[in-house]
Each structure stands twice: as C-alpha cells, then as structure tokens.
Design a protein around this ligand. Structure first.
Ligand code: MTE
Ligand code: MO
Length: 389
C-alpha cells in the first residue's frame, strides 16, 4: 500500500489554514493538546521526572482503549491515537520553523522551511504502525511478580496511520550524503530536545519518512507537527516528533535515548544495554480490560501486528482449550496490522481469552517474555479477562 501521492493529496490545500490556536497555560500543563475522553483513553499523566533523568521521562502519556477500535476501519483515527511525550507537546509556528541538516557525514548544510520541505518530490504515503517499546509493560508484573518503573501500558500504546511525507533519504541526498556517513541524529524541538540516533542504513530505507501528514490531514501538535520521523518496523522511540535538526556523523552516535533508556538490560541481558530497534509480534482484542459480556453467541474482533512483516496466522484459546484459528480479514499491510474475528459461545462465569499471532517471517508470540529492567518489548501471549453474565 505504498503509494506515491502527488501534490493533489489534499495536504497542500489545508496546510495554510494559519496553523493551530496557541495553547493556553492550562493546556501546556496538561502536556497533551488534544482532548482525551475517558471512553477512548487511559490517562497516564501522573509521573514525575527525577532530576537525574536525562530523558525527562515525564508521563505525558495517553493510552488508547482497545474498545475504541471496535467497529473502526483499518486506520486508528487521530482522535484515538495514543500519545507518548517525554515533555509537553510544543506549539510550533510553521512560518518560522526550519529543518537543518548538517554534520561531517554530509557535503553541505541545508536549512529547509516548511513549504520547501513539503514541496519536495516524491511525496509518499505509507500505512504503518507506531508502537511504543514499553507497550505491554504492565504484563511484566503479572508474569514476574515484580513491578517495573515506567508507564504501565497494557496493549494500547500502538496505532496505525497513513503517514504522508518525503523519504528521509531524499533530504539526506540533497545535503550530499557521504559514503562515510554512519549515524543520523534526529533532534527534536521539545523541552527535552529528544535526540535518537538512527543507523544510516535504516535512514536510507524507502519507508523511513519525514512525515508532515497523518490520515490525510496535517500532523496534529501531539503527533509531531510540523514534522516527525516515521521509522517503519522499529519501536516508535525512533520516530522522533517535532524535528528541528538532523546531524549526520561518520561515527556511531549515542544519546540518552539509546544508552540510558530504550535499551534491553537486566534479566537475561545482564549488564548489556542492547539498543531497541525492531518490534515483535502482538495481538489485542477490541474489548475493554476487563470486559463483561452477556451470555450467548458473540463475534469477537481484534488486531495483530508485527514490526517484521504482514501477519500470516492468528489463533485463540479460551480457558486453556486447544488453539483454534481466527479468520483474518481486510488489508494486511506489512508493518501495520491485520484485523481478525472469531465466534464465541459465551457461558456465564469468568473466562480468559488468549490470542497469538505469527508473521510472514515466522515470528510467533511466545507464551511469556523474560524480565528486562526497563520493561520493554513485552510481546508474550496475554489472557484477556472476560466475565460473562
Ligand atoms: N520529540 C519527541 N519525539 C518522540 C517522543 C518524545 O517524547 N519527543 N516520544 C517517542 C516515543 S517513546 C514514542 S512511543 C512515539 C509516540 O508517538 P505518538 O505520540 O505520536 O503516538 O514518539 C516518539 N517520538
Ligand atoms: Mo515509546
């Protein structure tokens, strides 16, 4: 579903509607600009950053409630898309905003304004999931009986959108990318100046985008307006929002976002700090957690996703019964997700429904995931609690 959408994509016609209203002081304290209705989001904005935390790990975070996807189409509506912010959503005026591209890995520095950047061709639109590396963190406690610090996301720190922008490669080439280029630091304009390096090989892939559009409209403030990276298949920490500068190096790059946080450490990793890149395979039912259902026949819906390809198979098991195959339907874009359903004759009592998926590369969800100290990449099978009345 990668398509080259020309200038008629509709983005150009809306992007001069003089930006967004300025945030009031109270909006800035809230950290997230868009409304977070309780029926659609779990509000996780309750954390405090320690002064020793260089990632400014505040919890300006909102988790999508999976029941909000019930009956929805393939894409996650912007109004339901999860938000993960290390600092409050900044309000950026596109008229004075620029993107700088510089560093020893390019022949010349560039400074691009919003019109120049969004006028680069080819413009592409790709449908991809973004998922936080911490999605599923809550399950570490259930499985290991030990709480992990950080936002206790269940499964709602994921969403699929159509992202419109220009390949990062186009911009790097305009700056005269050198053969010796090695690291690409994506720097943001938020209060923590988030900086996450990307290896040049990943930066040059067709579906690594500088995106200014989301689901056919302009990016909204919370999702990175005026410009964000969309790094397909990787944990969404790589998809830096509110970009202001890109620095290309000739040596590997490090920042707190690939050394202090967003690394696998502890448990089987011991003292190693392995940088998180690809995501695994996960599944979720489009039901509240826990859910109450009336007795009788139901058709249950859900979605499965993988960072490494399309979904090839989804199975479910109720109360430990043998695994059965769910019916996949609709689009199944690699790096996005696949929808599925199955029929269930619900009998009164408490039940647990498990779902597991396999992707085209043969990656399957494990029964459980071993411990890591920062609680990342929990892609094990989880039991969804259901009470039938
Ligand atoms: N500038 C900036 N970019 C950022 C972040 C951030 O806090 N600041 N959070 C990252 C993380 S950890 C995630 S999971 C995604 C979340 O994207 P979303 O808020 O659009 O869903 O943005 C990434 N990009
Ligand atoms: Mo994240």
């Amino acid at each position: 579903m990668t398509s080259t959408s020309g200038k008629e994509s509709g983005l150009r016609s809306v992007r001069h509607t003089d930006g967004y209203p300025k945030a009031s002081a109270s909006e800035e304290e809230r950290g997230i600009v868009k409304p977070l209705p309780a029926g659609r989001f779990v509000d996780h904005r309750d954390g405090e950053a320690g002064p020793e935390d260089p990632t400014g790990d505040l919890a300006y975070n909102a988790e999508m409630r999976w029941e909000a996807m019930a009956g929805k189409g393939y894409l996650t509506p912007v109004g339901s898309f999860f938000v993960r912010n290390h600092a409050p959503t900044p309000r950026i005026d596109p008229a004075s905003w620029t993107l700088r591209v510089e560093g020893p890995g390019v022949e010349r520095s560039l400074e691009l304004g919003y019109d120049e950047l969004s006028g680069i061709s080819p413009q592409v639109s790709i449908v991809r999931a973004l998922e936080c590396a911490g999605n599923g963190r809550a399950f570490f406690e259930e499985v290991h009986g030990r709480q992990v610090e950080g936002t206790p996301w269940r499964l709602g720190a994921v969403g699929v959108a159509e992202w419109t922008g220009v390949p990062l490669r186009e911009v790097l080439e305009r700056a005269g990318l050198k053969g010796s280029a090695c690291g690409v630091m994506l720097e943001s304009l938020d209060a923590v100046r988030m900086r996450r390096p990307l290896p040049v090989e990943k930066a040059l892939e067709d579906d690594t985008l500088l995106a200014f559009g989301m689901n056919g409209g302009m990016l909204t403030p919370d999702h990175g307006f005026p410009l964000r990276a969309v790094v397909s298949g990787w944990a969404a920490v790589a998809s830096v929002k509110w970009l202001g500068r890109i620095v290309v190096s000739e040596t590997p790059l490090f920042s707190p976002w690939n050394t202090d946080k967003y690394v696998l450490t502890g448990g089987e990793f011991g003292a190693e700090r392995r940088i998180i890149e690809e995501r695994g395979v996960k599944s979720a039912l489009e039901l509240s957690w826990p859910v109450r259902l009336p007795a009788g026949r139901h058709v249950l819906y859900g979605r499965s996703w993988s960072g490494q390809g399309a979904i090839s198979r989804v199975e479910y098991s109720v109360d430990g019964d043998p695994w059965r195959v769910a019916r996949l339907f609709g689009e199944n874009v690699p790096g996005a997700w696949s929808r599925w359903s199955f029929r269930w004759d619900a009998e009164p009592g408490r039940h647990e429904i498990r779902v597991r998926a396999t992707d085209g590369a043969g990656n399957a969800q494990p029964d459980t995931v071993g411990w890591n100290d920062l609680g990342y990449l929990y892609d094990g099978v989880v039991g969804h609690p259901v009470e039938v009345l």
